[in-house]
Design a protein around this ligand. Structure first.
Ligand SMILES: Cc1cc2nc3c(=O)[nH]c(=O)nc-3n(C[C@H](O)[C@H](O)[C@H](O)COP(=O)(O)OP(=O)(O)OC[C@H]3O[C@@H](n4cnc5c(N)ncnc54)[C@H](O)[C@@H]3O)c2cc1C
Length: 505
């Protein structure tokens, strides 16, 4: 997957069946869905693939235990089904994750055991393992860092886990193999119309600054928390439908919660859900649910959110976590859809929403990462219907995502250029210079941030180490992209300043 060849293909195509705006989980899922059905497909992303919410999740492929608590069986059942498909189609980026809920009374134990048995039952044949009640002793063995005070036992259940931005990259690469053209750093800035109907999109290549238009039979708006801005490019009078809610995560060393089990706190003392999940050798703590007014590509954590996580997690762990123990803090924005009359963000719809405008613009938003494939299928079905195109069946339910073996071979090939490329750049993190070179040559990485935040996950795992590696990684990027010294210096400066925002000091 190379940007130059994408631009070449773009210039060779007169009209696209489907143009998708937004390169997060939903848009990339739609690109894969549309291309694999045989429609000519273009996807544009204003920054890098997964720059938005899709790189900032809690990394769970899940049905959503708390939606079960709210009685939303349909949503949970659908998400559990999608969880099963994703684990099957992308086994190299997903895994089965055991979760333990610590409980403090006998009735709590049975309440959660029964609830989670229902959760498991709803997954049917796609179950990842059965729910068990654990004794106090067993819970303390498995969650060895748990504070034993008043602990009565635990409830063990299973969900999925994944690497979100790596999955976006693999969705993009798989869509490309199916014939899609995908461009990062390309922003939709307006629409072309014939009468009231959209028949094209005005685009800006933000790397070169050039603007141009493409013709489209149908357009899908999959821009997450930017949904309203894109809808308003079509119809300036359009009211907002997205109610953004911010969630932050703190990443700490695994020594605070050693072992392979995740901990789930279904109800903190102030009634919220909290996770401590092992991820790439660290533990991700989160999250929060804070309604916000203004959306941004780099949202900032609020002090009260940081305090909420530290205070509550420290009630459950034996080893006190201080601010200085946090290796990275990252923030995502949920594109929750406004339901008439709802005020509290936990009451907003967690299901996905599809809107078809008079102009034919198909907008898809809400939902969650786990259900991206289903959202994509709905969006493409509607785009096909609106444009009166020939119907073709969706094939993504059984479509493998990513090219694990091919990647391994190419990495080995890069290692032949210099064996040092296969050494970890900063042990114990496994990332090598071969991973960096591969991402530049085959995964369309264009900036230092693309390499350290989303192709590798160093910014999210250890922002200080990521910052330290910026110059060496940038030197390779400069060479491969044939850029100037000034460009490289600017890249390092931008990344270093960004990495500071991911640190809590
Ligand atoms: C804190 C938090 C934790 C979460 N945890 C989980 C979890 O563990 N599991 C789970 O299943 N779900 C989780 N979710 C939900 C999930 O992450 C989101 O539902 C999903 O990532 C949304 O994907 P998206 O593609 O719709 O939006 P995004 O990922 O935000 O993608 C939209 C893209 O559109 C681009 N864009 C915007 N405007 C334009 C334009 N004019 N031109 C071109 N491109 C444009 C943006 O740059 C962006 O990259 C979580 C969400 C949050 C906030």
């Amino acid at each position: 997957m190379q940007r130059d060849s994408m631009l070449q293909k773009l210039s060779e195509t007169k009209e696209w069946d489907i143009v998708i705006i937004g390169g997060g989980a939903t848009g990339l899922g739609a690109a894969l869905d549309a291309a694999s059905r045989g429609y000519t497909t273009l996807l544009v992303e204003q920054y890098d693939f997964a720059k938005g919410t899709s790189s900032r999740s809690t990394k769970l492929v899940h049905g959503g235990v708390r939606y079960l608590q709210q009685g939303n069986i349909k949503l949970v059942r659908e998400a559990l089904r999608e969880r099963g498909y994703l684990l099957k189609n992308a086994p190299h980026l997903t895994s089965v994750q055991p979760f333990i809920i610590p409980v403090y009374s006998w009735w709590e134990k049975w309440y959660y055991a029964i609830g989670l048995s229902v959760y498991d039952l709803l997954s049917g044949k796609l179950s990842l393992g059965h729910t068990h009640v654990l004794s106090r002793k067993k819970t303390m063995e498995r969650l060895s860092a748990i504070n034993p005070q008043n602990l009565s036992g635990g409830v063990l259940y299973y969900d999925g886990q994944f690497d979100d931005s790596r999955l976006c990259t693999d969705l993009a690469m798989t869509a490309e193999r199916q014939g899609a053209v995908l461009l990062n750093y390309c922003k939709a800035v307006g629409f072309e119309k014939q009468g009231e109907r959209i028949n094209g999109v005005k685009l800006e290549d933000t790397l070169s600054g050039t603007t141009f238009s493409v013709s489209a039979r149908s357009v899908i708006n999959a821009t997450g928390v930017f949904t309203d801005a894109v809808m308003q490019l079509d119809d300036a009078e359009k009211h907002d439908i997205v109610f953004p809610s911010q969630g932050i995560h703190l990443v700490v060393d695994a020594s605070f919660f050693p072992g392979t089990d995740a901990m789930m706190i279904p109800k903190t003392t102030d009634g919220r859900v909290l996770f401590a999940v092992p991820w790439h050798g660290k533990v991700v703590l989160g999250t929060t649910d804070t309604p916000i007014e203004k959306v941004s590509v780099e949202p900032k954590p609020l002090e009260e959110e940081i305090q909420f996580i530290l205070t509550h997690i420290n009630q459950y762990g034996k080893h006190r976590i201080e601010r200085s123990d946090v290796k990275a803090v990252y923030v995502g924005l949920r594109p929750l859809v406004r339901i008439k009359g709802a005020r509290n963000s936990s009451l907003l719809s967690r299901d996905h929403t599809l809107v078809i405008a008079h102009s034919g613009l198909v907008t898809i938003t809400g939902g969650k990462w786990t259900t991206y494939r289903r959202m994509a299928e709905d969006a493409v079905d509607n785009a096909v219907f609106v444009a009166k195109m020939e119907k073709k069946p969706c094939v993504t339910r059984d479509l493998a995502i990513g090219f694990f073996e091919e990647r391994k071979e190419r990495l080995a090939q890069i290692g032949k250029e210099d064996v040092a490329y296969l050494e970890p750049l900063a042990a114990p993190y496994p990332y090598t210079m071969a991973d960096i070179i591969y991402a530049i040559r085959y995964e369309m990485a264009q900036t230092t941030e693309d390499l350290l935040a989303r192709r590798t996950r160093l910014l999210f795992l250890d922002a200080a180490i990521a910052s330290k590696l910026a110059p060496v990684v940038t030197a390779f990027l400069q060479k491969e992209l044939k850029q100037s010294d000034e460009w490289a210096q600017a890249q390092v400066a931008q990344f270093t300043s960004l990495a500071k925002q991911y640190l809590l000091r």
